[in-house]
Write a protein that binds this ligand. Structure first.
Ligand SMILES: NC(=O)c1ccc[n+]([C@@H]2O[C@H](COP(=O)([O-])OP(=O)(O)OC[C@H]3O[C@@H](n4cnc5c(N)ncnc54)[C@H](O)[C@@H]3O)[C@@H](O)[C@H]2O)c1
Length: 254
């Protein structure tokens, strides 16, 4: 199962797992996009809003009805709203619903079927390096991706001994519509991240290797580990460095 699989990283995950022989359910808010990827890879398209509990329940029921179950759930759908403290409440709440509550709904309806089944089950949550660090230019993304990471950590800590393997995919820039939209708007962060951006297929390849193991953090950009360590060990220096980047953006007129 891959959510947000009609494009970007989700489509790349769907293609990669299908190439391995998996039967893939391609789920997306956009039914046309889901259908296009599903027919390309011989998968099953299911239109669903990952931020809706009813849709998520239906999606999981469909997987059991059509395929007899789910071995790997890639909870990948996510949204980014550029902004700061003035981002409207409705956008904050939408970002929270898609970036955090989607994972809650998935587990609320999957875990009763998954836990204590004997064979390990895998949940791959697409977080972001923003969940480990921050993202200049989008307060709601930085905050909700921290929430996604916190929830994934909590799940792993709570259910590891009952056969649930949770992993958090935390890339920096990936060349998808999400990043390109930011670039077109002239977002300073998007421009910076685009420079070191990976292709979605590269991220999917790294994720596919990682789900053969059990490491919690999957870091397609290895340098993120160093930034994360600095953030923990010398928070003031890390924050000063982030602010320096912010000032450079402002001086550049962005
Ligand atoms: N692109 C990056 O630089 C980057 C970096 C780190 C993490 N991520 C994360 O990776 C994930 C995928 O991002 P992407 O770059 O492929 O984005 P994208 O915008 O290119 O594609 C996202 C897909 O998700 C679908 N979608 C959006 N809202 C949905 C919803 N509520 N329910 C179901 N589907 C929905 C869209 O229709 C689209 O097909 C997100 O969680 C994002 O936060 C992206």
């Amino acid at each position: 199962m891959v959510t947000g699989a009609g494009g970007g990283i989700g489509a790349a995950l769907a293609r990669r797992f299908a190439a391995d022989g998996a039967e893939v359910i391609v789920s997306d808010l956009d039914p046309v996009a889901a259908e296009a990827i599903a027919s390309e890879i011989g998968g099953l398209a299911v239109a669903a809003d990952a931020a809706s509990e009813d849709d998520t329940r239906r999606l999981i029921d469909t997987a059991w009805a059509e395929l007899g179950g789910i071995d790997l759930f890639c909870s990948n759908a996510g949204v980014l709203t550029a902004g700061d403290e003035n981002t409207p409440d409705a956008a904050w709440l939408r970002d929270f619903s898609v970036n955090v509550m989607s994972h809650v709904y998935v587990t609320r309806h999957l875990l009763p079927r998954w836990l204590d089944q004997g064979s390990p089950k895998r949940l791959l949550v697409t977080v972001s390096a923003a969940g480990l660090l921050s993202l200049l230019g989008s307060a709601s993304y930085a905050v909700t991706k921290h929430g996604a990471l916190a929830y994934a950590e909590w799940l792993r800590a709570t259910y590891a001994h009952r056969g649930l393997i949770v992993q958090a995919l935390c890339p920096q820039g990936v060349r998808t519509d999400m990043l390109m939209r930011g670039n077109e708007r002239g977002s300073a962060s998007a421009t910076l991240l685009a420079e070191g951006a990976l292709e979605p297929a590269e991220v999917a390849e790294i994720a596919a290797k990682a789900v053969e193991g059990e490491s919690f953090l999957i870091l397609p950009h290895p340098e993120v580990a160093g930034y994360y360590q600095l953030r923990a060990s010398d928070t003031d220096r890390w924050l000063a460095g982030m602010n320096k980047i912010q000032r450079a953006f402002e001086d550049g007129g962005r």
